[in-house]
Write a protein that binds this ligand. Structure first.
Ligand code: KIV
Length: 271
């Protein structure tokens, strides 16, 4: 049996089964082919082509400027690399809010032009019409509640959301609306751990937390943050698994020094 045929791809159904048997879901972002190959081969369950690409790949302050064409470029590169993980792609700001026909067209472009498995979008009741229309076309949706970075200009800060009862109750209602509409999962970003635990307990669909505590059914981090490539971002929820900033800086510094000192290339490194 070839290696390829032993790979069992992750599906939305498998994620639901994982929740049922209490197996946690590991999700990470990726935005390009080389990184996605490593992340997929390491065995992550879900790869999110997040609109955080606007920050970590393009250097924008917020996620708002990234376009559908840019997301499609990143997502298609990731899909070409992946054999096992479920690939979820963010619908970028302005491509689904307020007009469900536009939302469906955006989601269809992502599915057709990238080969991804599902889309993610931010919000609850406000985007329900778009959610229902996209789902009616057979496109799986992952929701995203709590801190929703596309609304940063409404919130004004990246602080923890839903600490007050009214906002917490709205989040619970929104989570149920998304589940009842047919979403397969929901990201809970930067909300109190007790609230995330309650929501995860009430829902059948798996929740994926980022800064939402251990009660979620899975966790997600931005790959550049957890690998320590991006040193300027240190929220409490971020665990760094490597210090690639230092590794890469040292390697580049060594290369410069070798070139300048005529050490590189040596006789074996030329034709
Ligand atoms: O864009 C992104 O990377 C995300 C995660 C932080 C959940 O939405």
């Amino acid at each position: 049996m070839s290696v390829e045929s032993t790979v069992r791809p992750v599906t939305t159904l498998r994620l639901a089964e994982m929740k049922q048997r209490g197996e946690k879901i590991a999700m990470l972002t990726s935005y390009d082919y080389s990184m996605a190959r490593i992340v997929d081969a390491a065995g992550v369950d879900v790869i999110l082509v997040g609109d955080s690409a606007a920050n970590v790949m393009a250097g924008y302050e917020t996620t708002l400027p990234i376009t559908l064409d840019m997301m499609i470029y990143h997502a298609a590169s990731v899909v070409r690399a992946v054999q096992r993980a479920l690939v979820v792609v963010d619908l970028p700001f302005g491509t689904y809010q307020g007009n469900s026909k536009t939302a469906l067209e955006s989601a269809i472009r992502i599915m057709k032009e990238t080969g991804a498995d599902a889309i993610k979008l931010e919000g609850g009741e406000e985007v329900l019409e778009s959610v229902e229309r996209i789902l009616s076309a057979g496109i799986p949706i992952m929701g995203h509640l709590g801190l929703t970075p596309q609304s940063i200009h409404k919130f004004g800060t990246y602080n923890v959301r839903a600490k007050e009862e009214a906002e917490a109750e709205k989040l619970v209602r929104d989570a149920h609306l998304l589940e009842d509409a047919g979403c397969f999962s929901c990201v809970l970003e930067k909300i109190p751990a007790a609230l995330a635990t309650r929501v995860s307990g009430e829902l059948h669909m798996p929740t994926i937390g980022i800064g939402a505590g251990a009660g979620c059914d899975g966790q997600v981090l931005v790959i550049h943050d957890m690998l320590g490539i991006n040193k300027g971002f240190s929220p409490r929820f971020l665990r760094r698994y490597a210090d690639l900033h230092t590794v890469m800086t040292d390697a580049v510094g060594q290369y410069i020094s070798d070139v300048k000192s005529l050490d590189f290339p040596n006789e074996k490194e030329q034709y």
